[in-house]
Design a protein. Structure first.
Ligand code: ZN
Length: 64
C-alpha cells in the first residue's frame, strides 16, 4: 500500500491518501487538495506540467 500525507506537502491537515500504486495515491491526494486546499494547490502547481507535479508529489509517497 502506498500512502501520501497532505501534511508532508505543507498542508495543515491530517488527510492521508492511500492507493495500491503510487499513481493512485497521488491522484487521490491531488483530488483532495483541489477540493479542500484549492488556493495552496494552485500555488504548488502553477506553471508546472502534470509530469512535474507528479514528480514533486512522488517525493512524499511512502510504503505502508
Ligand atoms: Zn487536506
Amino acid at each position: 500500500m502506498k500512502t501520501i500525507a497532505d501534511k508532508d506537502l505543507g498542508m495543515d491537515c491530517n488527510f492521508i491518501a492511500r492507493g495500491e500504486t503510487e499513481n493512485e495515491a497521488i491522484d487521490k491526494l491531488k483530488e483532495h487538495m483541489e477540493t479542500a486546499h484549492s488556493e495552496e494547490m494552485e500555488k504548488i502547481t502553477s506553471g508546472k506540467s502534470e509530469d512535474q507535479i507528479k514528480k514533486e508529489f512522488r517525493k512524499y509517497v511512502k510504503e505502508e
